[in-house]
Design a protein around this ligand. Structure first.
Ligand code: PMP
Length: 325
């Protein structure tokens, strides 16, 4: 679909997958005015196809668009585009083994114009791709690299928006993490270099020895993860106390050493819940518990995927049926 100030959103259509042709002066190529989303469609055992909290993705894309001076895509256009694509691509939604169809809505400045001002022509698109189970052989804990040199986002910046620029700035730290044998990079705040924000593409949780759970509060520069929000609710349903507050990097290190932190895990749409075996930095590492996937981590992951795949009741009304319509 296309947007202009005169017409608003118009011309929705589905075309065969293929390259986009862009003028070399297209605004997004120069000023990175773009936002995107990530969500999944899940097939249940009876063959029906469902989305998980798509309004939350629609609303986050609206907030991201606002920060990037892009127009809001109405929620019914967002969800309507997904339903229309899945109707065409239903055969691509994998069934069984916790597979899914990954959906990638995106919006970008498509005006041919060099100059720093919001684009007067915007394009919204949606692509999809089948996604395999993340941990086909059971939950495998990963190591994380602490970035001491780089921040992902700063106060007043675009950290809370899901825009490509945030990921551009995290590519180099992510490359350094990979060179250290780590799956992702952990970022601290950009002012005090002290408070834990999030990973390159996931939010963080800590399980404490008293059974309570802590997750870094929404600082304005971390992404408001929908998995994070869902897990806070599910953990409370399961009787855990959950606290959103600042967590310092010293608390992470010391808590692993003295046993007050028993499990650390990361969460996001792609990998759902991933146990963290070790936080590494130059010359040291912090390992919670015995480094294996913890009990609470496994319990929360199961609670979430059981809802997504229709194996547990959807008490919070999070699922939306796509097919049969
Ligand atoms: N933080 C970042 C930087 C991310 O890219 C993602 C993935 N969208 C998340 C957190 C997790 O968000 P969600 O649970 O909505 O996928």
């Amino acid at each position: 679909a296309k947007w202009t100030p005169d017409e608003g959103w118009a011309y929705p259509r589905i075309v065969p997958y293929g390259p986009l042709t862009l003028d070399p002066a297209t605004a997004v190529l120069h000023y990175a005015q773009e936002v995107f989303e990530g969500l999944k469609a899940y097939a249940h055992a009876d063959g029906s196809i469902w989305l998980f909290r798509p309004e939350a993705n629609a609303e986050r894309m609206q907030r991201s668009a606002h920060r990037l001076a892009l127009p809001e895509l109405p929620t019914d256009w967002f969800i309507g585009s997904i339903k229309a694509l899945i109707e065409v691509d239903a055969a691509w939604v994998p069934n069984g083994d916790e597979k899914s169809l990954y959906l990638r809505p995106f919006m970008f400045a498509s005006e041919r114009f060099l100059g720093v001002r919001p684009s007067q022509h915007v394009t919204y698109g949606l692509i999809s791709s089948p996604a395999g189970a993340y941990f086909p052989e059971g939950l495998k804990p990963v190591s994380i690299w602490l970035s001491t040199e780089y921040a992902r986002a700063g106060a007043g910046g675009t950290g809370a928006a899901k825009c490509g620029g945030n990921y551009a700035s995290s590519l180099l730290p992510q490359q350094e993490a990979a060179a250290q044998g780590c799956a992702q990079v952990a970022f601290l705040d950009s002012t005090e270099h002290k408070w834990v924000e999030e990973l390159g593409g996931m939010n963080l949780f800590y399980v404490q020895s008293d059974g309570s759970i802590v997750t870094p509060e929404l600082s304005g520069s971390i992404l408001e993860g929908i998995t994070r929000d869902s897990l806070i609710t599910l953990a409370r349903d399961l009787g855990h106390e959950v606290v959103e507050r600042r967590v310092s990097i010293d608390e992470w290190r010391d808590g692993c050493a003295d046993g007050t932190i028993t499990e650390v895990f990361a969460c996001g749409t792609a990998a759902v819940v991933t146990p963290i075996r070790s936080l590494k930095w130059e010359g040291g590492e912090a390992v919670p518990g015995d480094g294996e996937a913890g009990k609470v981590t496994s319990e929360l992951r199961a609670a979430l995927v059981d809802i997504q795949y229709g194996r547990a009741p959807d008490r919070h009304g999070w699922l939306q049926q796509v097919l049969p319509a």
